[in-house]
Design a protein around this ligand. Sequence first.
Ligand SMILES: [Mn+2]
Length: 360
Amino acid sequence: VSDMWPDRSGRRDPVTDFKILCVGDLHFSDRPPSSCTDTYLDDLFNLVAQTTVIADPREGYGAVVWAGDVFHVKTPSRNSHSLVQRVIEAASAYRVPLFVVPGNHDMSYDRFESILETQPLGTLLRSGACHLLSGWADSPSWGGQLIEVLDPPTQVSGLPLYGVPWLQDWADQDAGPRAVLAALFDFQDRFSVPHPRGLVVTHAPFYPPGLELPYENYPTAVFSAQLNAPGWDVYYGHVHEAHGIYQAGCTTFANMGALSRGSLTEHDLTRVVSVASWSPDSGFTQIPLRYRPSGEVFRVEEIAAARQVQVDLDNFLAQVGVATIEITSIEAVVAHVQGLGLEPAVVQVVVDLLREAQCA
Ligand SMILES: [Mn+2]
């Protein structure tokens, strides 16, 4: 397999017919989210198992990337050893290297450093069942430092794959762009050598132009300009709703939505659960999975209640002359809290409590 990629100096001719499988937010959790039936975890492992079949090296796959939020609950004591071992086993079933781009749920208080200190993702990475995708796939880094404790898989040397983890400052208009440039510190060193095409995977509050959230958004056109890498595409997690494939700036973006079906929103009742294949020649291709109907994975009374809340809210907003807002999810409440103009530290505590309450 190591002959598939040119080495870092680009001496070998690039192989261009490889594929990378991109998988959205997973949110493994011992307990199902409150809106979900008891089969939440088994259903999720079933979807992951399907991706291990799809990512067949004989079909040209060279790597799989999980685009963040592997574990749902950040509190270390609320992730059982049973759960972590099951995830290690599932991650080990891939026949090609598995990479993980850390998401906000994989860190405590949005601190990247917490991953390898307290978080279940750190245990998963240290098990060797998957590899950190932060910076270049073959040399993981953070904040300008190589992460020596984690060995990248030898067979991906030169793979045109780069990761940008969740950034504490994504939504900060001033600090956000600086944080992105810091995260991309060694990207320009070799983005065009040896591959004219490549893939960046991130966990980011990206939205298609025109669909941006007011409180949590990083403009995709700005990210495209900062990459400054024509021919490179971007896959991202974080937004659980599927955005599909779209263009912003000179970059093609894709988000197929979460693998987890843990957030009960209108789009989660209707969307096709999918992952994406990416290749230098073809770009992104949506791959639908086999999944259970939403009536079996969500508690029906919760669905009815959520719809009633939406209807009541719509009526109320219509009466006061305000446009509708989505308030059927924790994320919507989080967005609201983030828009209140509170101290960032206070917002962080409230957001963490809300997200963990989702699982209580
Ligand atoms: Mn998520």
